[in-house]
Design a protein around this ligand. Structure first.
Ligand SMILES: *Cc1c(COP(=O)(O)O)cnc(C)c1O
Length: 462
């Protein structure tokens, strides 16, 4: 399998190269040249397999010969061994026809562990084979950073630097990033919002001298390996809900568009999916774009669902690339306009996007109300992101088609918002019970590229 950039001029890469590269050198994102499909017989076999076996089947064609079959199976087994649930991604029924896919049983209590744990093991395998070392720099609105640090802490071939917006992540998220004591872990609190973190990260990747000098590698959801690992749970959930006999739909709380885009890949691979529904919070650029075609940057307003407080949704570029029929010239033009403030999607591409994705937006008040009502009705607590999904999923679902809403984080990761809505403070699971007693280690950094480059060069193990 070969990977091409959405902007068309970066080198074509293998899976291994795309994994280590992250952002393409032309500023684009890597996508598979073709999307392999799975036939009905294969899907039928997969319906009774373990999560790990489905993961191998789904990802193998994309990974090609980067790993032998046995090595790849061993990496998958290691990635999910630390999850707190035997089926990894269990389904829970919410109401007639509506189901919750719990993706928060990994070590940092958010769905990002599914991809990050796996690519941590993949990086380690590839780098130790090549005898190379990389510097991973990531930007986070909270959950990517904690998942990346958990996956890469203590690895020999990697330094990991995580940029998070100072004062804009939850205390649990911050402590998950600042309390690991391994010397290869560096938590950087940036004076700015998440879009600033993401913009500085892109600047570092586009500074080719710096990029090559420190062997920069990215694990944000721009990394194809992240998207790929997330395709797997669409299959396990869809097949468990009988997708071979009738289509199923998914609703996905969305920020950077990585998770929902994985659903698009699952559908293209042959999983019978009816609707893919994008659920946004008050930072609703994706909902507005899918409704009107206009994609214009606004201010980010901090919300109680901080992992979705995003105006520039990086993976949306991949969705646009496919909506424009893999036309990289069109993507270059749109991204040029985005740098100046925004763009309008062309009529044909908009029709294609609207056929592919539905969308809904949830206000702060509605988010709180959903957490509260859900608790009153079921005695269960929802994290604010999952609540946004549940509300949109309930509103847009067709009664004849099972709706599977993705629960992206554990309520204990956002205890203040959950307590404010319900009066109940969700306890941390046992393995994290001492999080508030551990010592924090963090560097406050300005929103300035040169200063950041110096801090990173100074922090790398020699
Ligand atoms: C990252 C995150 C999201 C958004 O996922 P994207 O792939 O960026 O769309 C939603 N909810 C939670 C809890 C997250 O951590």
């Amino acid at each position: 399998m070969r990977y091409v950039s959405t902007r068309g001029s970066a080198p074509v890469l293998s899976f291994e190269e795309a994994l280590l590269t992250g952002l393409a050198r032309d500023g684009g994102l890597y996508v598979p040249e073709t999307i392999p499909t799975l036939g009905t017989d294969e899907l039928r076999e997969m319906a009774t397999m373990s999560y790990e076996d489905v993961a191998f089947r789904v990802m193998k064609p994309f990974v090609g010969d980067t790993f032998s079959d046995d090595e790849f199976k061993a990496l998958i087994a290691k990635a999910y061994a630390g999850f707190n649930h035997t089926v990894r991604a269990p389904l829970v029924q919410l109401e007639q026809g509506h189901f919750l896919l719990e993706l928060f049983h990994g070590p940092t209590l958010a769905f990002k562990d599914f991809a990050m744990q796996l690519i941590g093991h993949m990086f380690q395998a590839v780098l130790s084979r090549k005898g190379e070392r990389v510097t991973i720099v990531g930007a986070t609105s909270g959950d990517t950073g904690s998942a990346a640090i958990e996956a890469f802490r203590g690895l020999d071939n990697v330094d990991v630097f995580i940029l998070f917006p100072h004062g804009r992540v939850s205390e649990v998220q911050r402590r998950q990033m600042t309390t690991p004591s391994e010397s290869n872990v560096h938590a950087l609190a940036l004076d700015g919002d998440f879009d600033d973190c993401q913009a500085r990260l892109k600047d570092m990747f586009n500074d080719h001298d710096f990029r090559d000098g420190v062997q920069l590698a990215g694990v944000n959801s721009i990394n194809w390996g992240r998207v790929l690992a997330q395709v797997v749970y669409y299959f396990t959930a869809g097949l468990a809900m009988g997708a071979l006999d009738r289509k199923v739909s998914f609703t996905v709380p969305t920020g950077n568009f990585g998770d929902i885009f994985a659903g698009y890949i699952a559908r293209e691979m042959g999983l019978p999916i009816a609707d893919l529904v994008v659920a946004t919070n008050q930072n609703d650029i994706l909902h507005r774009c899918l409704t009107t075609g206009g994609y214009h940057k606004g201010e980010v307003h901090a919300s109680i669902s901080p992992s979705m407080d995003i105006q520039v949704s990086s993976n949306f570029e991949r969705a646009l690339y496919f909506a424009y029929g893999q036309d990289s010239d069109a993507i270059n033009a749109l991204m040029g306009d985005l740098a100046k403030g925004g763009f309008d999607v062309g009529d044909n591409a908009l029709r294609d996007l609207q056929n592919t994705y539905k969308s809904g937006r949830v206000s702060e008040e509605e988010t709180r109300e959903t957490i509260k009502t859900f608790y009153a009705d079921t005695n269960e607590l929802l994290c604010p992101h999952s609540a946004i999904g549940v509300r949109v999923g309930a509103a847009l679902r067709d009664p004849a088609t099972p709706m599977i809403t993705l629960a992206t984080a554990h309520p204990a990761k956002f205890p203040d918002a959950v307590e404010a809505a319900t009066g109940q403070r969700p306890p941390l699971p046992d393995h994290m019970a001492d999080l508030f007693d551990r010592e924090e280690r963090v560097t406050r950094v300005p929103n300035d590229l040169e200063a950041l480059k110096d801090i990173i060069k100074g922090g790398i193990a020699q």
